[in-house]
Design a protein around this ligand. Structure first.
Ligand code: PEP
Ligand code: MG
Length: 579
């Protein structure tokens, strides 16, 4: 049994067998061949090794003539491994003894090697990447094009990966994937957001969990405590199973709240909306008792369109679907938030040096005006069908907001000239997710209908912590007093100017913060749909008077640690079942 600590990003617990996405992010299942076929597998192995050696020698020679012998020397280590008889013997022996496929034997034995390197001093630990490289090279030869993906699973599994790309997460077989654990990532990385949307437990930022687990191992992913337990002992499994039974009972109890309002004990109504990435998720928002869509992340339309862009009709169809599902409930459509970690870097001819500070979001849209206008046309056309608002992301300056609104007016005029009906009074809001917007919100309030606080980016840009980087994940916290001060300022500014304020970052899905946010005056949240029932339960169990006291007390603390422990205690008193 081994316990790995990471960042719990989607709550819940699952006990299940693991699939590990290997070096090239495809999965190598444990497969066996007939007893007479082991020699054939060894043959395949030898051919793959020979081809890999040749490839490496070519690579070393060409690198040496282009970049000098020192650079080329890294390939010597790779070559040395490929002729390391001790290693090769182990792979052959595994195939022979267990009748496994050559690829499974290679993946398993090289993973053991990588594990050994991790135990060594730093210099050798760095070699883990080289081992992955070699693994990748041999597997490429062995597998060729016939890769195993994650879309056709036949059994329930937990997926372990170094990281998941947006298209991998979109292609997940939701029926059979019960949990996620990744080496990379932080609280608001893409994997985290998708896991929460799917309502499955997830832990990210585990550094080297993929090295420690083999396909088929039993693992426990504990998204509440941010740990992954590899090959747990029977007593640990028993303990967790008891916990799971309690969770199921609690979930049943929560189901009964579905149609009740989110109203505090002293009669203050709170609006709970859902965040979605895909149109189908709108159904789940209603199923969980959500009152509308508070954030539709439309950039997910770009998934699976590697060589083309969504057309106006693609946009229109997606928005229409969501609006129809919501039957008159509010639908906030955020314009494209491409850039940073969302899709553009992988396709860019010249990737940006600092993509989070680069041509992202509304800035990207201004540079790709046609793409922006296409989306706005579709939103405005679809707005006739329901209760739609537009939300501009990452607004940093007033000029940007004005420019975005001007482009929207242009598009409206174009549509009218073409004789296409549009609503002329679609509410326009902006994300408050950079400190400059939060600090200037009194000015912005005069030019928007509502604010939506994006805490994921607000934390990242206030604390200078990359939200996707596991190395700085412990620094990423909504409880930092500076972040809380900005959030409070925006809520207050909204009240002063009679401008609606929603909070739509992941902080809202975290039960620990709800009392504090209510106490600060927030009355609308947009969250991952699975979080809605528990939030409603807390809201229905507290008074605003108590929430205000909590907020007042929190403002006296000067460290995030104190704040988190105080809020945790408060929540424990209100909802012991959550723990
Ligand atoms: C945010 O930044 O808090 C937010 C909701 O937007 P995203 O996570 O899509 O950047
Ligand atoms: Mg954001």
């Amino acid at each position: 049994m081994e316990i790995k600590k990471g960042v719990g990003v989607s709550p819940g617990v699952v006990i299940c067998q693991a699939v590990v996405l290997d070096a090239e992010e495809y999965r190598i299942p444990e497969r066996h061949v007939g007893p007479n076929q082991a020699d054939g597998e060894i043959d395949r192995l030898e051919k793959a090794l020979a081809a890999s050696r040749e490839e490496l020698i070519d690579l070393r020679d060409s690198t040496s003539s282009k970049l000098g012998t020192e650079t080329a020397a890294i390939f010597d280590f790779h070559l040395a491994m490929l002729v390391d008889e001790l290693l090769l013997k182990k792979i052959r022996a595994k195939i022979k003894a267990e009748n496994t496929t050559a690829e499974f034997a290679v993946a398993t034995i090289l993973r053991e090697y990588a594990r050994d390197f991790l135990q060594m001093p730093e210099f050798w630990a760095d070699r883990v990447k080289d081992v992955y490289d070699i693994e990748k090279r041999i597997l490429r030869r062995l597998i060729g094009e016939s890769r195993e993906g994650l879309s056709n699973l036949t059994e329930d599994v937990v997926v372990l990966a170094h990281d998941l790309t947006p298209s991998q997460t979109a292609g997940l077989d939701r029926k059979h994937i019960l949990g996620l654990a990744t080496d990379a990532g932080g609280r608001t990385s893409h994997t985290a957001i998708v896991a929460r949307a799917l309502g499955i437990p997830a832990v990210v930022g585990l550094n080297d969990v993929t090295v420690s687990v083999d396909a088929g191992d039993t693992v426990i992913v504990d998204g509440n405590r941010g740990i992954v337990i590899i090959s747990p002992e029977e007593s640990t499994i028993d303990e967790y199973q008891k916990h799971l039974r309690r969770q199921i009972e609690f979930a049943r109890e929560l189901d009964q709240l579905r149609d009740l309002p989110a109203v505090t004990m002293d009669g203050h109504e709170v609006t709970l909306l859902g965040n979605i990435e895909f149109p189908d998720e709108a159904t789940n928002v209603i199923a969980k008792g959500g009152q509308g869509i508070g954030l539709y992340r439309t950039e997910f339309l770009y998934l699976g369109t590697e060589n083309s862009e969504p057309t106006e009709e693609d946009h229109y169809r997606a928005y229409s679907k969501v609006i129809e599902i919501m039957e008159g409930r509010p639908v906030v459509i955020r314009t494209l938030d491409l850039g940073a970690d969302k899709y553009t870097q992988a396709r860019a001819a010249v990737p940006e040096r600092n993509p989070f500070l680069g041509l992202r979001s509304i800035r990207f849209c201004f540079h790709h005006l046609q793409l922006f206008k296409t989306q706005l046309r579709a939103i405005l056309r679809a707005s006739l069908k329901g209760n739609v608002s537009i939300l501009f992301p990452l607004v940093t300056t007033l000029m940007e907001l004005r420019q975005a609104k001007m482009i929207m007016r242009d598009v409206m005029e174009d549509l009218e000239e073409e004789g296409i009906d549009v609503r002329s009074d679609v509410p326009v809001g902006m994300m408050v997710e950079v400190p400059s917007a939060a600090l200037q919100c009194d000015k912005f309030a005069q030019e928007v209908d509502y604010f939506s606080i994006g805490t994921n980016d607000l934390i990242q840009y206030t604390l200078a912590v990359d939200r996707t980087n596991e190395r700085v994940a412990p620094l990423f916290t909504p409880a930092n007093p500076a972040v809380l001060r900005l959030i409070k300022g925006v809520i207050r500014s909204g009240q002063r100017h009679d401008v609606g304020v929603t909070l739509c970052g992941e902080m809202g899905s975290d039960l620990e913060y709800i009392l504090l946010l209510l106490g600060m005056g927030l009355r609308t949240l947009s969250v991952a749909p699975p979080a809605i029932p528990e939030l409603k339960k807390v809201i229905r169990s507290v008074t605003i008077e108590r929430a205000k006291k909590v907020s007042k007390k929190v403002s006296t603390f000067d460290s995030d640690k104190q704040i988190v422990s105080f809020l945790r205690n408060q929540l424990r008193q209100v909802l012991p079942e959550a723990y």
